[in-house]
Ligand binder design. Structure first.
Ligand code: 6PG
Length: 244
């Protein structure tokens, strides 16, 4: 299935679209059933979360959501680096997602042990498809180097791992991370990339227009087998795309 590309004038319009899309997906979920969503870290997702909590507090069926993370830095939950802390402060403390429906990656634990524990938690809570947990929605950011979640260029073995979650290392800071693998990402029903800003325009063009080397970038490997892939971009990030 070809990727869907949507371009917005700014982050607010992008966030509005995302909010409406999430609301419409949740409306399709029967009462008593859940919608599993894996969150991303990063400053762009953070802006979307702030928009959601500021404008959609009463417009989304938050109680249907099961909240997970696609990656986490191996730090305590209150650390300024924590993706859990970011989502908690920008969104989860402000909307009615039941506390028991929030499943954080425990960044304070031994990474190898936690990657196994979290894979078990996801396997218990997220319905299977082809024997692999199938998230209703995986939200992803993307770095200027083409990384996504915490899978960085040169670590494509983490994307193709047989495991559901792996331990990664940030190439510059050497910070340990726990990351979702491609096995789970590409099994999702919906995958949404959010990327904004001119600094992402070159890498986005390389990936979407399949320029030389595109296939070596982790974000390029996101190709849900039986799901919908959507890129939500602002005009600056999409500036170099050869849209046909
Ligand atoms: C993280 C994210 C990472 C992030 C990208 C984009 O833990 O940092 O998982 O993949 O989404 O680096 O981040 P920005 O939106 O801040 O550019």
């Amino acid at each position: 299935m070809a990727a869907i590309i949507k371009i917005f004038r700014n982050i607010d319009e992008l966030s509005h679209y995302f909010a409406e899309h999430l609301a419409s997906l949740l409306k399709k979920i029967p009462p008593g059933h859940n919608f599993s969503m894996a969150l991303s870290g990063g400053s762009t997702p953070e802006k979307v979360f702030e928009y959601l909590s500021g404008n959609y507090k009463d417009k989304i069926e938050w109680e249907k959501l099961l909240i997970f993370w696609g990656d986490e830095r191996c730090v305590p939950p209150g650390d300024h680096e924590s993706n859990f802390r970011m989502a908690k402060e920008s969104l989860l403390d402000k909307v009615a997602v039941p506390v028991n429906n929030i499943f954080r990656i425990k960044g304070e634990e031994d990474p190898r042990v936690e990657a196994v524990r979290y894979a078990e938690t996801v396997s218990q809570r997220v319905p299977m498809h082809n024997g692999i947990p199938r998230f209703d929605l995986v939200l992803l950011g993307m770095g200027e180097d083409g990384h996504t979640a915490s899978i960085f260029p040169g670590d494509l073995h983490l994307f193709s791992s047989e495991k559901l979650f792996e331990v990664a290392v940030h190439p510059q800071t050497k910070q340990k991370r726990i990351t979702i693998t491609g096995k789970v990402i590409n099994n999702a029903a919906h995958v949404i990339f959010i990327a904004t800003g001119g600094s992402k325009s070159e890498i986005i063009e390389r990936i979407i227009d399949k320029r030389p080397g595109w296939e070596n970038l982790p974000a390029s490997k996101v190709q849900p087998a039986n799901g919908e892939l959507t890129w939500l971009l602002d005009e600056d990030a999409a500036a170099k795309l050869q849209l046909h």
